[in-house]
Design a protein around this ligand. Sequence first.
Ligand code: SF4
Length: 125
Amino acid sequence: MSKYLIRPHHMLCMQFFEGKGYSDGFVASMAAIKEKLEKEDPQVEIVEGTDDVCKNCPHNMSGACENEDSVRQHDKRVYDKVIETVGNSAKWSSITKAIRENIIDSGKMRETCGKCQWSDICFKN
Ligand code: SF4
């Protein structure tokens, strides 16, 4: 079982992913990662900058997100709400529990997601 590198805001995006994204390759990769996270419950290291989800993204410019300034703000808003519970590395099931309890179930989605272009999908679900 491999270890996954995930940046903070993707821990929240994964909860609502329903097969939409920046390109077919990106969607296939994200779907495969989500399936493995949920089936295998691997250890996940929470990282700064591009992660395993970013690997197949058309906005990934040689290892740097072309929207890095904006996505870092998404990362910080998620990170600040879960870091005390999960630290910088945890099983995916523990991360999911923290994301649900500290953000989704406690009504903090709007303040956390800000103006994310995908947020309509998440709020619908
Ligand atoms: S837009 Fe940026 S943060 Fe989002 S998946 Fe692509 S490279 Fe990663």
